[in-house]
Every structure is written in C-alpha cells, then in structure tokens.
Write a protein that binds this ligand. Sequence first.
Ligand SMILES: Cc1ncc(C[n+]2csc(CCOP(=O)(O)OP(=O)(O)O)c2C)c(N)n1
Ligand SMILES: [Mg+2]
Length: 273
Amino acid sequence: MLDKEQVNMLQSFAKQIRIKTIHQMKVRGFGHIGGAMSIVDVLSVLYGKQLKYDPKNPAMEDRDWIVCSKGHAGPAIYAALALKGFFPMEWLDTLNQPGTNLPSHCDRKKTPGIDVTTGSLGQGLSVACGIALGKKQNHEENTIYCFIGDGESQEGQNWEAIMFAAQQKLDNLILFLDDNKMQLDDMTAAIENMESYSEKFKSFHWDVQEIDGHDYEAIDAAIDKAKSEKGKPSVIVLHTIKGKGCKFAEEMWNHHVSVSEEQANEAIAILEK
Ligand SMILES: Cc1ncc(C[n+]2csc(CCOP(=O)(O)OP(=O)(O)O)c2C)c(N)n1
Ligand SMILES: [Mg+2]
C-alpha cells in the first residue's frame, strides 16, 4: 500500500517525466507522443519505487530489466532515466538527431539504462522470455518487465512467446499490456478486436490483472501481487489513455505527430501549474 506522501511523490515524478518527454519532441519537432504518454504513470511507479537499478552502474548484475517492446515510447523512458541521473539532462535536447544517444526507438548500444533494442513490434516479449529463462536457470533474482502495445498484440510472435512463458513457468516475467485502445491509424478494436485480453491470457495459464494504468496505488499493488506469484508469468492489462496528460495530444489523433513550440509550451505550462 502506498501512503499519501508516496502517491504525491509518484505523481510529481510522472509530471516531470511528461514535461521532459514533451520537451524532447518539441526540440525535434515531432514524435510518438501518444504511446509515450500512456505508459508514464507505470514508469513513475517503476523508476520511482519498484525497480532495482543503479544509475551509476546501469549494467549492475542484480538490476531489474525493462524490455519496452513498443520501442517508439522510448522518449518517456529517456525522460525517466535522465531524471534519475543515468545521463546528463542535456541529452534530452538531442532526441532522434544525427549522432544522438537517444534515438526515436530504444537502442541498447546507445543509451545507458536501455537494456534491449526494440522498435520492430512483436519481438520484445520473446526477448524478455529469453532473459527471464536465463535468469531463472542461473538462479538470479532479477524481475524482467516488458511493455507491449494493444495494437502490437496482434503480432503472432507474441502468442508464441505467451505460450512459451507459461510452459517455462517464467514467474520472474511481468508483462504490461498498454491497452490504450488505439494503434497507428485506427482504433485497435476496429482493426483486430481482441475482446478480452484477460480471458485470453487466463486460457494461456498466465496470472492476470486488469487495472487503471494511471492509478498509482493500483499499479503499485498489481506489481507487488505479480512479483509474489509463483509458477506462472504475470500480465497486467493497463487501461490507459493514449496521450494522457499532454493537452494537445489528448485533443487529436496522436500516434506520431508534429509538435510545435506553442503546443508544447502550453502543455508543459499546464503540467507545471
Ligand atoms: C513490425 C512493425 N510493424 C509496424 C511498425 C510501425 N508501427 C509503429 S507503432 C505502430 C502502432 C502500434 O500500436 P500500439 O501497439 O497500440 O502502440 P501504442 O498505441 O502504444 O503507440 C506501428 C504499426 C513497427 N514499428 N513494427
Ligand atoms: Mg495502442
């Protein structure tokens, strides 16, 4: 259970992550604002409380891992990493520019704190399964977290990985399914209606929770419960709003958009109030 002080701390950390994410896209002039904003509150609980990491030693052996399979949400993770001191804040002025350490999609060779290169949707969960299996075989205690999008869940490779994780009893694997109801150019249900993720995952023998992905207490409690689950992988289906907390993004189709200085400044000013 989080106390009031912890909720306030996570809320203000999430605000900072949102501000720094909008800032990066303002400098570049465009970006995947929608899918970055929808996972910010979970990132706040992870980097603000749940995750084991050391910004001075990103490769620390007993760290927890994040595989952000929806690699286009990288800028939200970069914001959290910069705020936690993994690299200088000035790097956030270089998003997706030639020579940058912060490419538009996550790249393990470029960014301290990014463990897995992603962006080709459908592949990250398989990688996360491999990491989780390796850690189990070595009797290591790390937790492996993975994010996939709801549109991304249509990729068949996910479902092979979902079967594999259950068969291998990967109870060190926690999957966040970001159910923001939208994919690149339409509503997810209009393209491939998944109806109930929970029922599907239950039938694949996963531990399943479904929560409001913007509720800090629910996120924290769900992670605690998932960590305590033995013999099964866990999925936390996040009901989220694509573009959450960024004014101009919430008001438009927001998958990958131009970001003007005026729009960004207004959205940041609202968050700073
Ligand atoms: C294999 C592959 N196909 C297509 C794309 C292009 N693409 C990038 S994001 C995206 C939409 C993903 O939708 P969703 O998983 O719902 O992500 P979110 O809403 O969280 O942004 C697509 C099709 C890609 N990156 N990889
Ligand atoms: Mg989506």
